[in-house]
Design a protein around this ligand. Sequence first.
Ligand code: GLA
Length: 412
Amino acid sequence: MTSRRSRRARLIVSFSAAVTTCLTLASTASGDPGQDDLAATPPMGWNSWNTFGCDINEQLIRDTADAIVASGMRDAGYRYINIDDCWAEPERNAEGELEPHHERFPSGIKAMADYVHDKGLKLGIYTSAGTRTCADTMPGALGHEEVDARTFADWGVDYLKYDNCNNQGVPATERYAAMGEALRATGRPIVYSVCEWGENAPWEWAPDVGAHLWRTTDDIKPAWDTGNTDDFPMGVVNIIDANGKLAEYAGLGDWNDPDMLEVGVYDVEGYPGLTDTEAVAHFSMWSIMASPLIAGNDVRDMPENIQRILTNREVIAVNQDALGRQGAPVRDDGDREVWVKELADGSRAVALFNRGGEAATITTTAEEIGAGPAARYVLRDLWTHTETETDGEISAEVPSHGVTLLRVKPKR
Ligand code: GLA
């Protein structure tokens, strides 16, 4: 296994054309397959599962692509339109290939790829590293990795989410390496999203099987706190606790994936959904954790406040920052936490996170967040888009289940 540090170093070097040859040799010699810049920053897009489950069809995909463009989400950075479980016929065809579901995707998946590509978007698809997918409506790819990867590439697919159900007890590293190899063999650039729920510490091996991102927890639901630390279903704070411990494993091209966004997802499976304050906190924390931003709401019918959250470019800029750091907590006073993410321009993103049931004042200092010595600092609030100055103390009144997200810079 190659070390993450050396892999990241190579990724950075890859931006220099002058050393391309050396780099190729080094990459081949080390056996590190995932080295590319397909997901240099955390992938952004949309996925059908959180709102629609198995109730998907080709019109939904076309309308969603249209809405991603019309809502400004594409121009804010959302690129991947990802079709989750239930898109295929229940059995393979006579050639052993997957077939798009005859009734729900009569035009086929290639037609979906062509449609989204025409709009400057990319297409993602889903299957499981098992004999059947999780919803058990279609075959999985275990033992069929080559033919399925080839099918996806032929259709023009750009992203694969590879799940963990019905895996027959085959070790995860073997199953995910087989698909990584098959994807690479197609020659098509395909983002590889490992979805084994953090069961086998994928942060330790997923980069070496070519993955760009890997789920760190069980499935999210539109809930603040389900009380589960590591079981289905997980709420927003439960996932933050698990994923927040893994900051050292993230970096350019390699992302911890704390599951898809529940911003604007309401009334699903008995969950009423997050409050607006909770949705802002969820989006802020996914941004500071450099998490993939995969929206899960019905973007065809999106309230303005939800659109504003999902397209807040200042918050997205924190998530997509070129340094590729995952933010981490520097202070934990019970329900009051301070999280910091170092940014490429030397500034710091700071999340003042109130997990408690009452509004609270949360305080830190420029020194504690590592903002560097200066006489004055500029604090930019990334949700109100306003600036204040301080000589060191950073403090805000934060609503219950809320986040105040700041960008802190020394004043020059
Ligand atoms: C698993 C995954 C989910 C979703 C479903 C589909 O539970 O973790 O994200 O893809 O399967 O069945």
